[in-house]
Write a protein that binds this ligand. Structure first.
Ligand code: FAD
Length: 487
């Protein structure tokens, strides 16, 4: 019996068990030092505890009907539910939205994102048989393993760009890119680097799936594979960016004190991957087709659109509250600015509900939301979000800087602060709290990273746009032009 099959768990997991699982010998580095314990490290611990608290909500009567489901006497996260009807797709959407609303979309990489991908690969596992028959079984076993143990996954899909001209041609540099260096009876051995594991230090598992475009040549075979590995596997090392959690209070840094999800470059130094964790191997063209043909990309986009709706709604709420603070909300120009944000939120909402209401059964008997509205959303939100943040800047202006700290509410400055920071509609303390939140959204390192994340996390914008163009039913549109010309 394979080891994954022998390690099935009992379903949803409590936050304390998740945290205990992180206390292993994972090789995580930050600020020049090896992290001894990610649940205690000042730059990582509060993000880990936030996620643990979210996981506990799976046991809470208030949420459990939405975010969990029952099967064979066990309770699982809804993101693992293989949808067999439109109602299932809708339930999945409600669960994604619920998870995202806990952070207002600011903890973008909740585990449901990767769960959606594993679910889709498992339900479309027959696709993997094209590589080797046993790869489909591997995927189904892996799904059962992560679902029943409620594992938290990250993924690393992108090789570092060493030479852009080479990368554009779908080739990778053997100096830096992750590649197969050895094959043994027990598995494969890989070395190289991958970008960029959001939530990496907080994850139990890494999904190392194919980069989007690989030329189907012999030289690319060592770069073409899909596998998973435990985060603490020997030879896996994570190099983190600086933490944006600077230890401030939740008043001073309402977002970065809670939702630091961390991004890390992952180095693989002769990492052994057992065959049971391999799903594609030395097949560049198969790898290129995998996310599309298993429909994993659609189910991931579904999680994303629900999360972006929560995020856009939050920014609208923030802009309205900011405008109301000083009475700017009576100004026609300000109303127009905020209306622009409202249109974006309502556009994302329309994408979500159109996609869900037009759900269809796929070739594997699994229901999926309609691709086009989701794809439109994933192409447009990277442009919407920077504009939303620009609106926060334009509306907030100097108020984003007039932000004394929590300590100033009770020290020698307290009287000045109480007097000079009030507005017509808010006491100083409430005004400062609001604009510190706006600062964390739009000015802080945390906020700027959010903008970068929205621009890039789903892939290069030009590549996503080009895929969108290729899939669009252009002939139907051209036919309208032809009809007029020939009328
Ligand atoms: C905050 C943040 C979080 C992220 N989290 C994750 C994560 O969790 N997991 C993950 O895997 N990635 C993650 N990413 C990485 C993200 O997927 C990449 O940033 C994105 O795909 C762009 O790639 P790049 O950064 O290598 O940019 P570039 O150097 O521009 O690379 C572009 C790549 O896209 C392709 N490409 C670009 N232009 C063309 C073209 N004209 N023709 C053909 N191919 C082209 C090539 O493959 C090239 O290597 C994250 C990024 C950010 C900023």
């Amino acid at each position: 019996m394979s080891s994954l099959k022998a390690e099935l768990g009992s379903g949803i997991r409590r936050g304390k068990d998740y945290l205990e699982g992180l206390q292993d010998d994972r090789d995580v580095w930050m600020h020049g030092e090896k992290v001894a314990d990610v649940t205690k490290h000042p730059g990582l611990c509060r993000g880990a505890h936030t996620l643990a608290e979210f996981m506990d909500r799976q046991f809470d009567d208030k949420y459990k009907d939405t975010i969990t489901y029952q099967e064979d006497g066990k309770t699982y996260a809804t993101s693992y539910l293989i949808p067999k009807s439109k109602e299932d797709v809708v339930k999945r959407g409600e669960s994604f939205y619920e998870w995202a609303s806990w952070s207002n979309g600011m903890f973008g990489r909740t585990p449901d994102y990767k769960n959606a991908s594993v679910m889709a690969f498992a339900s479309g596992a027959d696709f993997l048989k094209e590589g080797r028959p046993e790869f489909a079984e591997n995927m189904r076993n892996y799904y059962e393993y992560v679902r029943s143990n409620d594992k938290v996954l990250t993924h690393t899909l992108i090789n570092p760009t060493f030479n852009f001209a080479q990368a554009k041609e779908g080739k990778y540099s053997d100096k830096v890119a992750l590649q197969i260096v050895k094959e043994t009876d027990s598995g494969i051995v890989v070395s190289g680097a991958r970008l960029l594991a959001t939530l990496g230090p907080h994850a139990d598992e890494i999904e190392v799936f194919p980069s989007t475009l690989l030329k189907g040549s012999e030289e690319n075979m060592p770069f073409a594979f899909a596998f998973t590995t435990p985060t603490n596997a020997k030879g896996v090392r994570m190099i983190c960016r600086d933490s944006y959690d600077h230890g401030k209070s939740t008043f001073d840094a309402p977002l970065s004190s809670r939702f630091e999800e961390m991004d890390a470059v992952v180095i693989f130094d002769n990492v052994h991957v057992p065959w049971e964790r391999v799903f594609m191997y030395r097949e560049p063209l198969l790898c290129n087709r995998a996310f599309a043909e298993t429909n994993a990309v659609i189910h991931m986009m579904h999680q994303v659109v629900c999360g972006k709706l929560a995020k856009a709604e939050f920014i609208v709420g923030l802009l309205c509250a900011m405008a109301k603070a000083s009475g700017k909300d009576k100004d026609m120009g300000v109303k127009g600015m905020i209306a622009e944000a409202m249109w974006m939120a309502e556009t994302v909402r329309a994408f979500r509900f159109q996609a869900e209401s037009l759900s269809v059964e796929d070739q594997f008997g699994t229901y999926m939301p309609q691709r086009r509205p989701l794809d439109t959303s994933r192409n447009m939100f990277p442009k919407m979000y920077p504009r939303l943040i620009e609106l926060v800047h334009l509306l907030g202006s100097s108020s984003l800087m007039a932000t004394p700290s929590e300590a100033d509410l009770s020290n020698d400055l307290a009287d000045d602060v109480a007097k000079y920071f009030q507005t017509v509609n808010l006491e100083s303390k409430d005004r400062i709290a609001l604009f510190r939140l706006a600062h964390d959204v739009a000015v802080s390192g945390f906020g700027n990273r959010q903008v970068l994340y929205e621009r890039f996390f789903f892939g290069p914008q030009n590549v996503m746009a080009s895929i969108y163009y290729d899939l669009y039913n252009k002939d139907d549109m051209i036919a309208k032009v032809d009809e007029l010309l020939n009328r």
